[in-house]
Write a protein that binds this ligand. Structure first.
Ligand code: CA
Length: 231
């Protein structure tokens, strides 16, 4: 079952989209703002994002650009939804990385057809992403972390942090950057919370892989594979 994230602040339209997609056998997640949308994308790894143009707290275009900039989310196809019909808007949407563009109002049938076309065109879904360092594997399709044959237990925040680190190796990040990139800039989380999740992540990774999560003095944290290759 393909997963679709619907990012739309108007409840009626969101509901209509969800019903149409569920009838066509898609699994749906919903968000009504950019921050929640980003969190859903990291957590649920959707096969496609339906993204409204005008949203509270920022435009869909901003989110599209952000997703395309990040290696972890760059391959998630995006269909922009908009009430505006101007050609310039369409160009702007496509330049931001959207794969298609649908103007409101549209029929559910048209929507489903366009969505399937985009999924066919973009081929392999993002759900196939797998990150590996030595025997440590993060399988984002199964949302499973393992070392060799042994599955690791970790909370959703530690999983998100690890997936981010494994797709952004050898770079130092401040706590603020990690909050923004991993938790979607949730201002309600204190920077010290990052330290708590780093500690839990190291514990979950065990003696061999914990040292890859390195403290960078005066900055924050870095995930480095250099130790593994030197092992
Ligand atoms: Ca809107």
């Amino acid at each position: 079952m393909k997963k679709v994230l619907i990012v739309e602040d108007e409840e009626d339209i969101r509901e209509m989209l969800r019903l149409a997609l569920e009838m066509a056998d898609f699994e749906c997640f919903e968000a009504d703002n950019i921050r929640d949308a980003h969190i859903h994308i990291i957590d649920h790894n959707p096969d496609l994002v339906l993204l409204d143009w005008m949203l509270p707290g920022g435009s869909g275009i901003e989110l599209a650009r952000r997703l395309k900039r990040d290696e972890l989310t760059a391959r998630v196809p995006i269909i922009m939804l908009t009430a505006r019909e101007e050609e310039a808007d369409k160009v702007l949407g496509l330049e931001a990385g959207a794969d298609d563009y649908i103007t409101k109002p549209f029929s559910p049938r048209e929507l489903v057809a366009r969505l399937k076309a985009v999924l066919r065109r973009t081929g392999i879904s993002n759900a196939d992403a797998e990150f590996k360092v030595g025997d440590l594997v993060v399988d984002t399709a199964a949302q499973r972390v393992s070392i060799g044959d042994v599955g690791l237990n970790m909370g959703p925040s530690e999983y998100r942090l690890l997936t981010f680190f494994m797709s952004h190796k050898e770079r130092a990040y401040t706590r603020g950057q990690l909050l923004d990139l991993v938790w979607g800039g949730n201002v309600y989380i204190d920077e010290r919370t990052v330290d708590v999740h780093i500690r839990r992540l190291r514990k979950a990774l065990g003696d061999v892989y914990a040292p890859l999560v390195q403290t960078v003095r005066g900055t924050g944290y870095r995930f480095s594979t250099k130790l593994v290759t030197a092992k």
